[in-house]
Design a protein around this ligand. Sequence first.
Ligand code: PGA
Length: 252
Amino acid sequence: MASLPYIVGNWKMNGTRASLSEARAIDRGAARLPKVQVAIAPPATLLHRTREAVELIGIGGQDCHAKDSGAFTGDISAAMLKDAGADFTIVGHSERRTLHAETDADVRAKAEAALGAGLAVILCVGETEGERDAGNAESVVGGQLEGSCPHSDGAVDKLTVAYEPVWAIGTGRVPSVDDVAAMHKAIRAKLVSIYGEAGAGVRILYGGSVKAENASELLSIRDVGGALVGGASLTAESFLAIVGAAAALEDN
Ligand code: PGA
């Protein structure tokens, strides 16, 4: 694929002002590795300060509400993320789908709201262990894409999909190379069926226990256009090791 590998850190509910030094270090490190596109999604409380602390890397939210404003205590709209300096937002992460009971329709509405506010979107999909064991991984992920892919004008140009098997998130377990390859191929085919030829250009990230040690192998798989990284994105050292692995592959 022609586009640069995209390595995104999802800080989840981690990070206070003390973490801004990590964001700065990630930014400096990314400047030395221009063949990789780097971004982080800090908690919303840090978006504005992170925007001011970094120069190069992308900054994003981890979720947004589908509405622009209103009586939704505790929620944050896409326009607010944009105003705080976000370039993109993650939607449909499995922790949101599971812990906040978000449906595919909810995720689609959030993705469309984000696009409407001028944000790019990283849309997460992935099967549970039970679904994989039952042989249903590809049909589950295909159904999630059908239900949650945004359909607003130009959506496909600002969309990234992240395949994150739920059982691989934070567990240290990763699917086999063959399983990742088969799933990314199936996701590519589904994106083409949803968006037509434009679906061939959507970047598909792999996420779930990506570390420096497995990054090269995972990023070498066809149709893996980058990684969504949780735990290993919390320090500049471990995150930049993954970015470095992506850069090394570009040099080869
Ligand atoms: P992990 O999380 O890298 O800690 O497994 C990935 C994610 O949830 O995006």
